[in-house]
Write a protein that binds this ligand. Structure first.
Ligand code: ADP
Length: 280
């Protein structure tokens, strides 16, 4: 604290400038603390499955050496734990990649309907295993959005995966897609609205604002049992931010949850200032 003050005092004697610098330094300290916490959490999350794997290796080398049945069972558990580490590393890498690009505006034009269909198809086998049906309802035409297709597929995969993980067995995951007009800087602008609704356990109101924090889970044990890493919604939030969109979460405990992604429609070629007057 004292170092910061000495530093700011040297930089300027104007109280307003000093205040501003102190404010920046507080924000920097907070960001640094978040980074330290993140590394500590990530290491802890990796250490747990690793401890299980090394523990079973010891058991297999020692007491369970000649027990064929135990060996099969332990190898299965080790496989599950190794898979958990793989998923965690994948999610950590995704998050880092997305954060690096967060301030780069996305370029391609993407149909959200196609994105949702791709994400739903990828998760259909998992849903089927739980007796859950996935439906996609897109009653009218919906404009394209400017975006990175792979990132947007990941958004909907994470949301649909959660709806399956925390949904009711034999329940339903309903995805709806529509467009609406939203207030923009130069009057109303079209927006694409996609929601993923489940009829599962729901989320307590006080937990909702924290869901997109890294490693935050309402029920750590349940998330682990369902193969969660605690990073899915943090990834969703970063991708949606990069696309100038918003994520809305509504939920009722015991009834289910609705995760809605709102994205600005891509500007038509004629509206883009850079294209004005250009003929090809
Ligand atoms: P996880 O890998 O644990 O699922 P996420 O970041 O995707 O991590 O979600 C964070 C937490 O939010 C979950 O652990 C769960 O508690 C809660 N959650 C997310 N989606 C839902 C949902 N559809 N229904 C109920 N709880 C949910």
């Amino acid at each position: 604290e004292r170092n910061y003050q000495a530093f700011t005092a040297r930089v300027s004697s104007d109280p307003a400038v000093v205040m501003l610098l102190m404010h920046d330094l507080t924000a920097m300290k907070r960001a640094e603390q978040m980074r330290v916490d993140f590394i500590a959490n990530a290491s802890h999350e990796l250490r747990t499955p690793l401890a299980a794997v090394t523990g079973f290796i010891e058991t297999l080398k020692g007491p369970a050496r000649d027990d064929a049945e135990a060996r099969e069972q332990f190898l299965d558990i080790m496989g599950v734990e190794a898979e958990r580490m793989r998923r965690l590393i994948e999610d950590l890498l995704s998050l880092t990649r997305i954060e690096l690009n967060e301030h780069v505006p996305p370029r391609g034009e993407v149909s959200i309907e196609a994105v949702i269909k791709q994400a739903a198809a990828a998760l259909a086998p998992l849903a089927k295993a739980d007796g859950i049906t996935i439906s996609v309802d897109c009653p009218g035409p919906v404009p394209a959005v400017s975006g990175e297709r792979d990132e947007l597929v990941q958004v909907f995969q994470n949301l649909i995966h959660n709806a399956i993980k925390y949904g009711r067995s034999n329940g339903e995951v309903k995805i709806t897609l529509r467009q609406q007009m939203a207030p923009g800087r130069r009057g109303p602008e079209p927006q694409v609205v996609a929601s993923v609704k489940d009829d599962g356990e729901g989320i307590p109101a006080e937990a909702i604002p924290r869901l997109t924090e890294r490693f935050y889970r309402v029920d750590v044990k349940r998330s682990r049992e369902r193969g969660g890493t605690g990073l899915g919604l943090a990834i969703v939030k970063h991708i949606v931010n990069r696309h100038n969109g918003r994520l809305q979460i509504e939920s009722r405990v015991g009834e289910g949850s609705i995760f809605t992604v709102l994205l600005p429609a891509a500007k038509k070629a004629a509206e883009k200032p850079s294209d004005a007057g250009v003929t090809e």
